[in-house]
Ligand binder design. Structure first.
Ligand code: NAI
Length: 337
């Protein structure tokens, strides 16, 4: 008999419960036995209970070491610190991995996108160290350490080697931030010396973005600092059909939290129309991480088939269809049988 896996489930805010609910249904339809430990986090929990990230949720993540997480909302310009940044920093989830690939049946300008973003998740401009020096003058500190830069570069090169990928490209702005981005580059170059079989190159980020939208098929593994990784993740999602189709994972040495790139999408929350695919794909990454690769492959084959059918009745609006979240999810489950 197959074993039961325990994983934390954080449904989050906005469309979170809708898309995580769909991912849960799809995972359960594979027959893999999951013991979900449901834990709260986010703005809606804060409004009811006065805390955005309960200690019990952090403890559950430390204990069970695997999680499927929905998006959590963060107020703009005021209010609490992002739950995501807190989780990533407190649990040292230093590496965000976002695979971005073209999907048959989703019409975009590009056909051959097959890249992976590796984003440093714990420092850079997300240090949260900001203050008003004098009235009207604010400082926001970009923290770059040799330790974290080396660690994320090692992760990117090892990831490239283990997945049979050929090249790591760093996007940077070391022509302007000579010290901060200069240190990030220095560490990446040193790590590359230990992985000579993987090609390595560097692009100044503005040029990199231009090259990306001209021909994304040129890129393989991208190694980026925290802010650049955040921005490039959304840019690359736009190349393959939008935020509804890009999954992700955040790794420490011990813990893995799987979550889509997208946010809580307040404009469509509660309407039942969100695209659940990014959450479902994140669920596939979770299953693979748990060693349930056969179940993961079945889900992947099912959503590929649903998309390839080009049937507007079984895909959500953001990717050219008319289906709601439930109908798209049902179609994927039906294809798995
Ligand atoms: P967003 O990703 O929530 O939405 C951007 C646009 O993409 C919206 O038009 C939305 O409707 C659409 N969209 C996103 N996911 C979709 C899906 N699955 N299906 C169909 N359409 C989808 O980004 P936004 O508006 O910048 O942020 C909203 C909130 O989410 C903010 O509070 C932000 O802090 C939070 N956020 C949380 C993240 C996380 O928890 N990992 C990541 C990004 C943002």
């Amino acid at each position: 008999m197959s074993r039961t896996h325990t994983a934390v489930l954080i449904t989050g805010d906005g469309i979170g419960p809708e898309v995580i609910g769909a991912a849960r249904r799809v995972i359960e339809a594979t027959g893999v036995k999951m013991n979900w430990i449901e834990c709260p986090a986010g703005l809606e929990h804060f409004e009811k209970h006065g805390e955005v990230l309960p200690d019990a949720t952090l403890e559950a993540l430390k204990t069970h070491k695997v999680a499927l997480k929905g998006p959590t909302a963060t107020p703009i310009g005021t209010g609490h610190r992002s739950v995501n940044v807190q989780i990533r920093q407190k649990l040292n989830l230093y590496a965000a991995v976002r695979p971005v690939r073209s999907l048959d049946g989703i019409a975009t300008r590009y056909k051959d996108v097959e890249l992976v973003i590796v984003r440093e998740n714990t420092e850079g401009l997300y240090s949260g160290i900001e203050h008003e020096v004098v009235r009207g003058v604010v400082e926001s500190l970009k923290i770059v350490t040799e330790e974290a830069s080396t660690r994320i570069a090692e992760f990117a090169f090892k990831y490239a080697e283990s997945r049979g990928r050929k090249r790591v490209t760093v996007f940077h702005k070391a022509n302007i931030m000579k010290m901060a981005d200069g240190l990030f580059l220095k560490c990446a170059r040193q790590v590359h010396e230990r992985h000579p079989r993987i090609e390595y190159n560097e692009l100044i980020i503005d040029n990199g973005c231009m090259q990306m939208v001209r021909d994304p098929s040129r890129f393989d593994v991208l190694l980026l600092d925290n802010l650049y990784g955040d921005i490039l993740s959304d840019l690359c999602a736009g190349l393959v059909g939008g935020l509804g189709v890009v999954p992700g994972a955040n790794f420490s040495e011990e813990i893995a939290v799987f979550e889509s790139v997208h946010g809580s999408a307040p404009d469509i929350a509660g309407k039942g129309v969100a695209n659940p695919l990014a959450a479902i794909m994140s669920g596939v990454m979770l299953l693979n991480h748990l060693g349930e690769t056969e179940a993961g492959a079945r889900i992947k084959q099912a959503y590929n088939a649903v998309l390839a059918s080009n049937d507007a009745a079984v895909r959500t609006r953001d990717i050219g269809g008319q289906a709601d979240t439930a109908a798209f999810t049902d179609a994927i489950i039906a294809r798995m049988k």
